[in-house]
Design a protein around this ligand. Structure first.
Ligand SMILES: NC(=O)c1ccc[n+]([C@@H]2O[C@H](COP(=O)([O-])OP(=O)(O)OC[C@H]3O[C@@H](n4cnc5c(N)ncnc54)[C@H](OP(=O)(O)O)[C@@H]3O)[C@@H](O)[C@H]2O)c1
Length: 330
């Protein structure tokens, strides 16, 4: 089968299309034909081993390989078809369409992948293509995780910083669905798209600093590493909640102090990406309350271009790879 392999950390050009053995499912594993996988900012960070928040790199280097990648095939958020399974697998059927996450095991930049049957995978939403479903996973699971913790009340003012990325696009829709008045901060090239999915107010980060605009918010979700901690805390109303998706180590200590000693709270817990949460996303998608925004769909042999597009932020929405080519005409 064809797979995109990398054997050293570096620029997009380290990714090579190769022919490798098709994996065989173990007793408790499912063999999946991958029809679509999102090319995420996190994939680019793992490939280059450069993270906006430096402390990420210590534990990740141990997990992912100190000198070179231990797992040579990237790709964590996929949609595809169950084609085979081990003898002890239950709960899946051959030919079933699914979408889900491979966590740090990854491996979806390939025509086929095997995953343990307990991983977070559920039936494909009936109203989405494989590409649309792959594009909503990372953003949807992370946004749902953070915004559930915020316990948004209808009418509350929510600000999403870095709203034009994978997590932000889902967060805008989920906050709006929960009845919030949504303000977004991102590059002006993303304003039209963000307004089309429910943003009420737009702030261009190149021309304005939302922490100095005089407006206060009940909830602030920030994906931007290096956001001013004190600026954001001062921009919250009383009982306000700050959700940090990309926390610096120092901000994590300050978060505990803010939460214990003030009427504001700060959350930085990573999303567990559980099956229960994915089922909730599927329900929202099928009810028309959440959708994905697709920028471009690439074939496996265009992987270098795809990584450049994500890394340089040339995209409006998600970039998706289609290993079987099934969705590239959309
Ligand atoms: N905590 C978690 O559980 C978790 C999970 C997954 C990912 N992450 C991390 O969270 C980060 C964001 O993830 P993502 O996939 O949503 O990233 P993304 O798709 O790259 O989105 C980031 C967005 O922020 C915008 N941006 C850049 N600088 C900004 C600034 N100063 N002010 C406002 N907006 C700005 C970017 O636009 P332009 O660059 O075009 O300006 C882009 O639209 C990544 O570093 C990822 O590794 C965290």
């Amino acid at each position: 089968m064809k797979a995109v392999v990398y054997n050293r950390y570096g620029p997009p050009e380290v990714l090579k299309l190769k022919t490798v053995d098709r994996p065989m499912p173990g007793n408790k594993e499912v063999l999946i034909k991958v029809h679509a996988v999102e090319v995420t900012k996190a994939d680019c960070e793992l490939r280059s081993f450069r993270f906006p928040v430096k402390w990420f790199s210590w534990p990740l280097r141990l997990a992912m390989g100190i000198r070179r990648p231990r797992r040579p095939v990237l790709g964590g958020y996929f949609a595809g078809e169950v084609v085979d399974m081990g003898k002890d697998v239950s709960g899946y059927a051959k030919g079933e369409y699914i979408f889900g996450c491979a966590k740090l095991r990854m491996g979806a930049y390939a025509e086929y992948m095997c995953l343990p049957d307990h991983y977070t995978m559920v039936p494909l939403p009936h109203n989405m293509s494989f590409a649309q479903a792959a594009a909503v996973l990372l953003g949807g699971l992370n946004a749902l995780h953070f915004l559930t913790k915020a316990k948004i009340q209808p009418g509350e003012r929510v600000l999403i910083n870095g709203a034009g990325g994978s997590i932000g696009i889902a967060a805008v829709q989920i906050a709006k669905d929960q009845g919030a008045e949504v303000t977004v901060v991102d590059h002006n090239s993303k304003e039209k798209m963000l307004r089309s999915i429910g943003a009420g107010h737009f702030i261009d980060y190149e021309n304005a600093d939302f922490t100095r605009g005089g407006q206060k918010y009940d909830v602030i979700l920030s994906m931007v590493a290096g956001s001013s901690y004190s600026g954001i805390i001062n921009t919250l109303r009383s009982n306000g909640r700050y959700l940090m998706a990309n926390p610096r180590l120092s901000d994590m200590f300050r978060a505990m102090i803010t939460t214990f000693f003030t009427d504001k709270s700060v959350t930085f817990a990573f999303a567990p990406e559980k099956r229960k949460e994915l089922l909730k996303l599927k329900e929202m998608i099928e009810a028309g309350r959440l959708t994905s925004v697709l920028d471009k769909i690439y074939c496996l042999d265009q992987i270098v271009e795809a990584h450049h597009r994500v890394e340089k932020e040339l995209r409006i929405g998600s970039v998706v790879l289609s290993p079987t080519g099934i969705d590239t005409n959309l």
